[in-house]
Design a protein around this ligand. Structure first.
Ligand code: PHB
Length: 386
């Protein structure tokens, strides 16, 4: 009997050992980001930011060495399900970090929810991800599309503009950014009189700019990003609209793009959860380290990638390196104050950052902070049941 018990105990120990060891082995992170197309620069900045935080932690998060596998999602929603399944099934990643494009991210969120794989979204603002698709294993280090849009709507209403035309790409991010803008702008007494759009990632803006010139609104609100934002700002100026009809945007319009936009971006007012000239010790340290490592200035995308790694570190430490402990991982993040270069932020019940939305103005090559458009703005998390 005693012998039998001892044998059982030994067998149980043998079974338990490999599990205990797995939690100190390498943690495989799948980076699913755009490395080609109009958002290529954004994907690279996110990866740089992510790697910077991991390097600052000596290559480990939550006691586990980080190994990265990458896939280029091409910002193509049609390939999204296959791409994330490759990471989960073929590469056996423990966690997925991605992506930039809202349509791709929604397909990823569906797979993450179905498989229970931990997902941290380091950019894509699709409202649904922290709304109807919210889940205990899905977190966002960036923003919801509603947030910068809503903050811009408040700013433009306060400026006294009454009649605004919007222009964007016809997909979740553009639609939802405009929707957030419209909600605040119309609450503030304005009216969106025309909503213009073109398919993602088209950049043939000419006909739409002609329509804006003919409509003569008080102002224009826009969501564009990456390569498309560079071209839109240049085309707006070339069409003779700059200086005539004030242009406002979600801050992606001028983030990571100023080098290429040059003087055509000068003076533009945008809202975003990051800015140049924040002048805090935390941001200065981050910027210095980033510039030293990559010989580049960081932008909002780099910061979001950095914070995705910070969030992974916080959750993983609470779970003692075992990412399958979702309750511990999530509880730690929901009560954390994340020490971000943007300023400290918290995570809402639906897992989206509660953060300040800055008002910025382009001065030379910088998105200078000129105020806080919306203090500690939570996404409403509409439709999230967790
Ligand atoms: C998005 O698709 O959600 C998106 C893409 C690029 C940005 C911001 C949001 O800069």
């Amino acid at each position: 009997m005693t012998l039998h018990r001892t044998a059982l105990a030994a067998a149980a120990l043998a079974l338990a050992l490999p599990l205990a060891q797995a939690q100190t082995g390498k943690l495989k992170v799948g980076l699913m980001l755009p490395y080609t197309g109009t958002f290529a620069a954004l994907g690279n900045a996110i990866e740089n930011g992510f790697r910077l935080h991991v390097a600052e932690q000596g290559g480990k998060l939550g006691g586990r060495e980080i190994e990265i596998v990458k896939v280029d999602d091409e910002s193509d929603p049609a390939k999204a399900t296959d791409n994330i399944n490759k990471l989960i099934k073929r590469d056996s990643v423990d966690v997925v970090v991605g992506t930039v494009h809202s349509g791709v991210a929604m397909a990823m969120a569906k797979v993450a929810k179905d498989t229970g794989t931990m997902l941290i979204v380091p950019n894509a603002g699709a409202d649904a991800i922290t709304g109807p698709m919210c889940a205990p294993n899905i977190f966002r280090s960036s923003f919801s599309n509603w947030q910068p849009g809503y903050a811009a709507g408040e700013v433009v209403a306060k400026k006294g503009h009454k009649n605004v035309v919007t222009i964007t790409w016809k997909y979740a991010a553009g639609d939802e950014s405009v929707k957030g803008f419209k909600e605040a702008f119309e609450k503030g007494g304005g009216k969106v009189t025309k909503e213009l759009s073109l398919p993602f990632p088209n950049v043939e803006f000419q006909a739409l700019l002609t329509e804006i010139a003919a409509a003569k609104p008080d102002a224009v609100y826009t969501f564009f990003a990456g390569g498309g934002a560079v071209k839109f700002v240049k085309d707006y100026a070339a069409a003779g609209l700059k200086g005539k009809i004030p242009l406002y945007g979600a801050g992606f319009l001028t983030d990571g793009t100023l080098e290429a936009q040059g003087a055509d971006a000068d003076g533009l007012l945008t809202t975003l959860h990051y800015a140049d000239g924040l002048d805090t010790p935390r941001d200065k340290t981050f910027r210095l380290a980033y510039a030293k490592t990559y010989k580049l200035q960081p932008d909002v995308y780099a910061m979001q990638g950095y914070d995705a790694a910070q969030m992974l570190g916080i959750g993983l430490a609470a779970a003692k390196g075992d990412i399958t402990k979702k309750a511990e991982f999530g509880a730690a993040l929901r009560k954390a104050k994340i020490d971000s270069p943007r300023g400290a932020f918290t995570i809402s019940a639906s897992h989206n950052p509660v953060q300040d939305l800055y008002l910025r103005q382009v001065v030379g090559k910088e998105n200078k902070v000129i105020g806080i458009a919306s203090k500690a703005l939570p996404d409403p998390g509409r439709g999230c049941r967790m």
